[in-house]
Write a protein that binds this ligand. Sequence first.
Ligand code: FA5
Ligand code: MG
Length: 429
Amino acid sequence: MATLPMAPHAAAISSFTTRPLYSPSSRSHRLLLARFFSAAPAPALAKGLRATASAVEVGGVKIAREDVVKEDDPTNNVPDTIFSKIGLQLHRRDNHPLGILKNTIYDYFDKNFTGQFDKFDDLCPLVSVKQNFDDVLVPSDHVSRSYNDTYYVDGQTVLRCHTSAHQAELLRDGHTHFLVTGDVYRRDSIDSTHYPVFHQMEGFCVFSPDEWSGSGMDGTAYAAAELKKTLEGLARHLFGAVEMRWVDTYFPFTNPSFELEIYFQDDWLEVLGCGVTEQEILKRNGRRDHVAWAFGLGLERLAMVLFDIPDIRLFWSNDKRFTSQFSEGKLGVKFKPFSKFPPCYKDMSFWINDAFTENNLCEVVRGIAGDLVEEVKLIDNFTNKKGMTSHCYRIAYRSMERSLTDEEINNLQLNVREAVKDKLKAELR
Ligand code: FA5
Ligand code: MG
């Protein structure tokens, strides 16, 4: 996994800590245009991976597979496994943990800011590079723009990697208070708290000068205080009395910027990023002389805690034994695992080349094993006298729904090995 200098508190939030998308430091990433979903023969898909529908509709926009998956286009890195998630909109299902959570957050805003916040949960996840990055002031050399981290449909279009992609257009359309919920997409590592598609809710609130003039504070301090008050109230609404703390951080689009952490089951858990919106964004979008706060929270993170859901893949399960445990309006019903099948571990070692990244490996593994892969973990790493570097990865296979046969797992592993050789051009050891 690419490593970032850890914040001083990072050790305390280990299990839920994710590599932050917008970190002040940058990893030494090349912009990876290397195509690895190339002309290699399609490997056999894991049992249970459905053939992909050819078109879906989101917010009235029809999205065909060929609009998103372009096998011969070197500026496209969207695999079928990702296309198959577009349009599912788990956050719009009232009986799904993510829908229940979204509605509970709506209740909080309805109660405390009656009629003020406009709600959007059906905005198309295909956005321009300008919307996703430029409009929120992400620098041109920022690591989050790389092909290693973001799904590109072509050089100008991406699958949004955060709901902040909609801030500027909504401001321009005249909205001053809004909540945007949506599926977001990131190329990433594989474990129980990371999935390449997850859900965020963006909150945005604009203040005009007359709102802070009597407060004795400047606009920025006023917005920061309002932001913290609002989010502390939301945390109490969701969790009850809870210990929480603010951590200073960095985002290109806010200053100052904070993360909120909640103490839960003996650990600090990062649940959201937020801050006071950069003046430049307000100025460009018709709100000069105003101030604003913004936040982006991870719905899966919160839902895993609130419902005791142990693995992020479960959110995608259609198994009745999962879906039947949740119902509209019932926050915090504890999930009862219906079965616990043992994981099966397979190790593989190979010599890497300069273009190798862990995200590329994870995508290859997901392309073959789908949700049967639970974790991909580097367990050994060395460089020999000739300067060749070897990695050994341990892949954990486990179904949430059934036991896997030896034959099935061996087949998956065989296909993974072939794909690592063909697509990543790695030399197996
Ligand atoms: C952002 O995406 C910013 N756009 C948030 C923001 C909005 C900041 C507005 C300021 C103003 P970040 O990459 O940290 O930031 O993600 C925000 C939240 O999404 C995290 O706190 C976490 O709860 C969740 N999250 C991030 N990555 C993952 C992941 N791979 N899996 C599940 N949840 C994740
Ligand atoms: Mg973060």
